[in-house]
Design a protein around this ligand. Sequence first.
Ligand code: AMP
Ligand code: MG
Length: 381
Amino acid sequence: MSAEDVPPFSNSAVDGYAVRACDVEVASKDAPVSLGVVGEVAAGAAPLVALGAGQAIRIMTGAPMPTGADCVVMVEDTEFTGQRKLFDGSQMVKIFRAARTGDAIRGVGDDVHSGDMVFHTRTEIRPSVAGVLASINCRQPLVFPAVRVCVLSTGDELIDDGSVLAPGQIRESNRTMLLGMVNAAGAQAVDYGIVVDDEEVLERVLRQAAEECDAIVTSGGVSMGDYDVVKSVLSRIAEMRWMQLAIKPAKPFAFGLLKSTTGREIPVFGLPGNPVSSLVSFELLARPTLRMMAGHSPAAWDRATILAIADSVLPRSPDGKVHYQRVIAQFKDDGRLHIDSVRSQGSHQLAASALANALAIVPNGDGIAVGGEVPTIFLVS
Ligand code: AMP
Ligand code: MG
């Protein structure tokens, strides 16, 4: 609730002359009214003189309205005819336009009244909201604590130290991507690095994360491989649900709760290792939960889904799954969202999918022809 009016005093909306409407009601281009200039008031100054009949006060945008004045005529509709910048009433200004009471005045509390409930709970403090909070002197708004999210990747094949790749090694990419996605979702990512495929090591790192964080996002090790240690460790130390989702990509997925030593239950998202699967499952399954945990209102948990027009074919064959195809979406001159498939849809081909700004939801079937309509999740919000 605001304790102050915004604006805190009535002030001029333009640079011009503060006058009395009754003095200028007959003013026109051909028959201007001349008024004696008795003062000047700039933004930040308190008006020193009051305005009387037949008088005008030079006033700047944002300056407080002088007593006695009830409207402002913008400077473009005036002409100062005095010889000197002397505001004792001896110098005159011509007014070429009639004005009515209240013209070009911003009233006290025009934007916010003292006592107004300006924002409801769960309003995201976007930059514009922060500006409003500053304008009402709300210096310590009550906020939800940041959701600290452990991000780790698993796999003996992964390196991230810039060294030459040994046989069988690949460069880690999911963690770098997920750290950014967590932060972009409004949570606070904490980097727990690459964890080798070793149950003891992984258990130690997960237990530490449960003490230090509010949620855990892992990538890799949740499918059917012999070295899927995330699955074996979490099955033992947490209450997990292992899923094979009817979606493509991102079929394997795990969700569960890991207890900290103080009894807090930490949600764990076990994302698949293939980079595009990691990306899609984070978007669909982890992001909404993290936004809920961060205190966002339900309307802000999910991204917008918009019916888009396919500008290229979105091919697929029936497999019983919903496909989330990566597409480049763009609003075109017809006012509709149009989508183009990225160059390849493999779940290991992050370079192609990285350019996508939307996910087309392609239902089970034979795909979408050019011109077809597809519900599309717009990834930019
Ligand atoms: P996994 O789910 O552990 O069986 O991994 C599936 C595929 O994703 C394998 O080809 C892994 O090498 C790859 N992969 C797993 N984690 C990462 C990662 N953090 N960065 C890049 N590729 C990964
Ligand atoms: Mg692995």
